[in-house]
Design a protein around this ligand. Structure first.
Ligand SMILES: *Cc1c(COP(=O)(O)O)cnc(C)c1O
Length: 373
């Protein structure tokens, strides 16, 4: 058998729902020599990475680190550690990722109390409050901050305030929000947050930054049942990602991916978190104006639109798949298809992290214009 040829991917522009474009700085960092995962220099890097994540999350939570797996594992880590079998959790569903939280809660042997809103609309604060009032034994409120399937921003600050008011923990999906829109973990008193490396942090896929408040840690430590996942049990992971020099083997961290995450967080710090949010907002304005000029319409109301994920209605008579195929073929450009209820009805144009820049937006608008004509 002959050796297969090497895989040399083309240089695409990634403007879908993630992964987003990765900066050459991040890719170069990733190619540096692998260290042992308990090498003192790598342990220092782990600490630096934790500090940078605290900056990105706006938190001083000690339990802040990247889970060694993608965003879905962060979701599972937060839910598995904070929920015990038989407990009740309010889960807000207005898109794909809220439904996944429901699925996780069920598999944990817990009972989801579902607050459902239509796709493309925000989670209703009134409905959430009604659910919290109706059940006195809710232990947590779980929701998605930036619903990547619909382009909707849920009001994380107000939802977390309700969670505090009704004395339950808040669990927030910030996979697409971290770095793209305002997120203030300590100020909003969020208890558990998970994110992803490949959206607005524009790092390579495969890591899920998480952070847990002291209230969350207290709950994890006082559980009466073991966390159902050995790999994601924070009681065990703290021995590895936790304090000071006494690190013990738990699993092997993806060493080079941590180099990449560290470099992407350094870029975030250099730019400044607030400036980074503003860049996403500016990019969104530029794109929205250009789309309007092409006669294309955004599907989400301006008050709660995500700047980093623009959901565009596909005009009648336009072939969804054919347009996306042409963008890929002629412009090396990837945009996202609609998911679930939105399949075939919308495109999802991501302006995430490194991909969110005027040149890319011009490129995308020109490519769309060509494909539509
Ligand atoms: C992408 C995404 C996830 C899942 O992340 P993976 O890295 O694909 O596992 C979860 N929630 C939201 C809101 C996302 O956009």
């Amino acid at each position: 058998m002959t050796t297969p040829s090497p895989f040399i991917p083309p240089e695409r522009t990634l403007m879908g729902p993630g992964p987003s474009d990765v900066s050459p700085r991040v890719l170069n960092a990733m190619a540096r020599p692998t260290l042992g995962h308990l090498d003192p220099l790598f342990i220092e890097l782990m600490d630096e990475t934790k500090s940078l994540l605290q900056y990105a999350f706006k938190t001083s939570n000690a339990l802040t680190m990247p889970v060694s797996a993608p965003g879905s594992a962060g979701m599972e880590a937060c839910l598995a550690n904070l929920i015990e079998p038989g407990e009740k959790v309010v889960v807000c569903v207005n898109g794909v990722f809220g439904s996944r939280m429901v699925e996780n809660v069920k598999r944990m042997g817990a009972e989801p109390v579902i607050v459902e809103d239509p796709w493309g609309q925000q989670t209703s604060l009134q409905k959430v409050e009604d659910a919290l009032k109706a059940h006195s034994d809710i232990v947590a409120l779980a929701f998605v901050h930036a619903e990547t399937s619909t382009g909707v921003r849920n009001d994380a600050q107000a939802l977390c305030k309700l969670a505090r008011q009704y004395q339950c923990l808040s669990i927030v999906d910030a996979v697409t929000s971290l770095g793209g829109i305002e997120l203030a973990v300590d100020e909003w008193e969020i208890d558990a947050v998970y994110s992803g490396s490949q959206k607005c942090l524009s790092c390579v896929p495969g890591l899920s930054p998480v952070t847990f408040s002291e209230r969350a840690v207290a709950k994890i430590q006082s559980r009466t049942t073991p966390v159902q996942s050995w790999f994601l049990d924070m009681n065990l992971i703290v021995g590895y990602w936790g304090k000071g020099g006494r690190r013990a083997y738990h699993h092997t961290a993806p060493v080079n991916s941590i180099y990449a995450l560290y470099e992407s967080l350094r870029m975030l710090k250099e730019e400044g978190l607030e400036a980074c949010w503003q860049r996403h907002e500016n990019g969104h304005q530029q794109l929205a104006e250009g789309l309007q000029a092409l006669g294309l319409e955004l599907a989400v109301a301006p008050e709660y639109r995500l700047p980093q994920l623009n959901v565009v209605k596909i005009p009648d008579g336009v072939d969804d798949t054919e347009v996306r195929r042409q963008l890929l073929k002629h412009s090396n450009l990837e945009i996202g298809a609609g998911l679930g209820e939105f399949a075939g009805k919308v495109w999802r144009i991501g302006l995430m992290g490194y991909a969110c820049k005027p040149r890319n937006i011009d490129h995308c608008l020109a490519a769309l214009k060509r494909a539509l004509s």
